[in-house]
Ligand binder design. Structure first.
Ligand code: HPA
Ligand code: ZN
Length: 339
């Protein structure tokens, strides 16, 4: 079996995926047209050609612009359903999906419109694709902690449909400490906690996310490599990192995949996982991230199995289900031994 097929069939969970980042230009045009909105591009090719980024902010500017055509419950359903089908084809048995309610509520779209549309797609994936999934509400860190608190208030009545809270958007100059109170409140209400840290921000933001926000896993976290004491802590405490290799290269966190720290972190014993982040913008869904990273960093079947099992172990699934899924990975790898 070739590497791409192996990486597609390998059972895995996806834990770092922004649903607004799965908005493919074809669907963007279709939804803009039915909502009577215009986007500042003439064709799908023109949209794709605009996806040249210098850093996180240059990406976010285009990402928020794309999301601005989403208005109705059907729009959010169609967006999530398109992702879920692609994920299932990529061997994803379970997905924990980020959504950014403030991107929509600030434009006058109701919180419930967003949530109901996404939720119906998740239920459909369970029935039609046999795939489990969950939603994680991300607070936009370029906005105020008060705005995050107001968003949490909107989410409280829907606690049964949202597994956790996260923190995304522009990282530089927006340390996790700003959001301590809203994370305290969210955890007290039963939400699990995750946060983007150490993508563009310094290793100290990873430590803050752990110490102040008490996150169960860190999204990205790759700049932890710059701090040896922090690296040791991640190993000792088994802190999962949801790493997104193609995203990191596209946003110039690393020059090439061959320069990526994932291989070194894995060898060091950090619980790293592979994810696609915003695959419509970064040139590959999760199986592509696995295959291109394995190729560039010379990862073998043992490393691929570890990455896949890490993805289930780092998920918010019940322990019994995690064991079953990890056994599936072992059986899959045993049946496809390296020649
Ligand atoms: N980093 C921060 N915020 C984001 C990202 C990301 O990679 N994708 C979507 N929002
Ligand atoms: Zn992200």
């Amino acid at each position: 079996m070739d590497l791409d097929t192996l990486c597609r069939r390998l059972p895995k969970a996806e834990l770092h995926l922004h649903i607004e980042g799965t908005f493919e230009p074809e669907l963007m045009f279709a939804i803009a047209a039915r909502n009577g909105l215009r986007i500042p591009y003439g064709s799908v090719e023109e949209v794709r050609a605009a996806y040249e980024f210098d850093d996180l902010q240059s990406f976010l500017d285009i990402y928020y612009q794309g999301a601005s055509v989403l208005l109705t419950e059907q729009d959010f359903h169609d967006l999530a359903w398109a992702y879920l089908q692609r994920a299932a084809a990529d061997g994803v048995g379970h997905a924990e999906i980020f959504f950014d309610p403030q991107t929509h509520t600030d434009r006058g779209v109701a919180f419930e419109t967003v949530l109901d549309g996404l939720w119906s797609a998740l239920r459909r994936a369970e029935h039609e694709l046999g795939m489990s999934s969950a939603l994680i509400l991300c607070f936009l860190r370029h906005l105020s902690p008060e705005a995050a608190m107001a968003t949490l208030e909107q989410a409280l009545p829907h606690r049964d449909r949202i597994v956790g809270v996260g923190l995304d958007s522009s990282e530089r100059g927006r340390p996790p400490s700003l959001f301590r109170e809203v994370f305290d409140r969210a955890r007290a209400a039963g939400f699990r906690a995750v946060a983007h840290a150490g993508e563009e921000g310094p290793p100290a933001y990873v430590s803050e996310a752990l110490d102040l926000l008490h996150v169960a896993r860190v999204d990205h976290g790759v700049r932890a490599i710059e701090d040896e004491a922090l690296m040791q802590r991640l190993v000792d405490d088994g802190v999962p990192l949801t790493v997104c290799p193609l995203s990191n290269v596209k946003l110039r966190v690393f020059d090439t995949l061959a320069d990526h720290v994932l291989g070194r972190m894995l060898a060091r014993g950090v619980r790293v996982t592979v994810n696609s982040d915003d695959p419509a913008y970064f040139g590959g869904y999760v199986a592509e991230n696995f295959a291109r990273t394995a190729e560039a960093l010379h990862l073998g079947h043992a490393e691929l199995a570890t990455l896949a099992k890490n993805s289930f172990e780092a998920s918010f699934l019940p322990p019994e289900r995690i064991r079953q899924l990890c056994d599936e990975v072992d059986r899959f790898v045993a049946a496809h031994r390296e020649s």
